[in-house]
Write a protein that binds this ligand. Structure first.
Ligand code: NDP
Length: 274
């Protein structure tokens, strides 16, 4: 129950003791349905794994069927997949409808699918720029709108975007990627201000350097970039995909019921490193 405000005095009443959620339940996602884009590999796979361990049913998506099939086999009976390319925006409404018909209302959306490209800005073509922004930003908006309209009708939901340190400070050679992730950060604030009063929380996780295929490509053959990344990471190491997975469980759970419009760095201190 929400605390009541006495409109004559403007005072907020003390919450009833019954509002307290016990530790056993507060991080639980039992009975929840989560849609995780790009869940067949990397960070998305570990978000799915952590959410399954927290009790959720997960539906993972991606363009390639084989990694999705393998992932679902590993994740067990509460995991399902849909082959889907998030850039085909006209089909995202149909994706959401199909999932809800089969598995029930989507309680949690994790916009994780993303692509990167490392090139000096002057070599980035319009096509390159559009491709990155289309996947990482435009599609995120379309899928979020498709899910959020249903969540708002039901009066509950949690939406999580996967942002990046590239939205926090200037990393060279990722102009399009940084633009897309900065757009995502802005969108979180606006959507949180529009949706939160109607029961739908919107947050981001900003991963630092996490061990996945994407970071391997970004760092591969570039020891100087790797050394720079580690120099400004106080913990002095890369994160693991499940470091992001557990943060996503927290943001999706009742433990974060008063958290909205936030961007949570999960980065070994990289964002505050000197
Ligand atoms: P990976 O490249 O390992 O995984 C990306 C996933 O997204 C794949 O499963 C891929 O599957 C899927 N994907 C890509 N394009 C599409 C598409 N058009 N439609 C549907 N699915 C798609 O990357 P990470 O796990 O490292 O990254 C996950 C997220 O985390 C991204 O948003 C990334 O920007 C962000 N991030 C990662 C960091 C890192 O250090 N690793 C740091 C900061 C942010 P398929 O190819 O089959 O479609």
């Amino acid at each position: 129950m929400e605390p009541q405000t006495d409109t004559s005095t403007g005072q907020v009443a003390e919450p009833a003791l019954s509002d307290h959620i016990a530790f056993d339940h507060v991080f639980s996602l039992a009975g929840k349905v989560a849609l995780i884009t790009g869940g067949g590999s990397g960070i998305g796979f570990d978000i799915a794994r952590c959410m399954v361990e927290a009790g959720a049913t997960v539906i993972i998506t991606g363009r390639r069927e084989q990694p999705l099939q393998d992932a679902v086999e590993t994740l067990g009976e509460r995991a399902h997949y849909e082959v889907n390319d998030v850039t085909e925006r006209a089909r995202l409404g149909e994706l959401v409808a199909t999932i809800e018909q089969t598995h029930g209302p989507i309680d949690i959306l994790v916009n994780n699918a993303g692509i990167n490209m490392k090139k000096p800005a002057l070599e980035v073509t319009d096509e390159d720029f559009d491709r990155i922004v289309h996947t990482n930003l435009n599609s995120v908006f379309s899928l979020t709108r498709a899910c959020a309209s249903r969540m708002i009708e039901r009066g509950s939901g949690s939406i999580i975007m996967i942002s990046s340190m590239a939205a926090y400070y200037g990393i060279d050679r990722v102009a399009a990627y940084a633009a897309s992730k900065s757009g995502v950060e802005g969108m979180v604030k606006v959507l949180a201000s529009e949706f939160s009063g109607r029961g739908v929380r919107v947050n981001a996780i900003a991963p630092g350097f996490i061990e996945t295929a994407m970071s391997k490509t970004a760092m591969g053959g570039d020891p100087d970039r790797f050394a720079r990344a580690m120099r400004r990471t106080p913990m002095g190491k890369f994160g693991k995909p499940d470091d992001i997975g557990w943060a996503a469980v927290f943001l999706a759970s009742d433990a974060a019921r008063y958290v909205t419009g936030a961007s949570l760095p999960v980065d070994g201190g990289n964002s505050i490193g000197f």
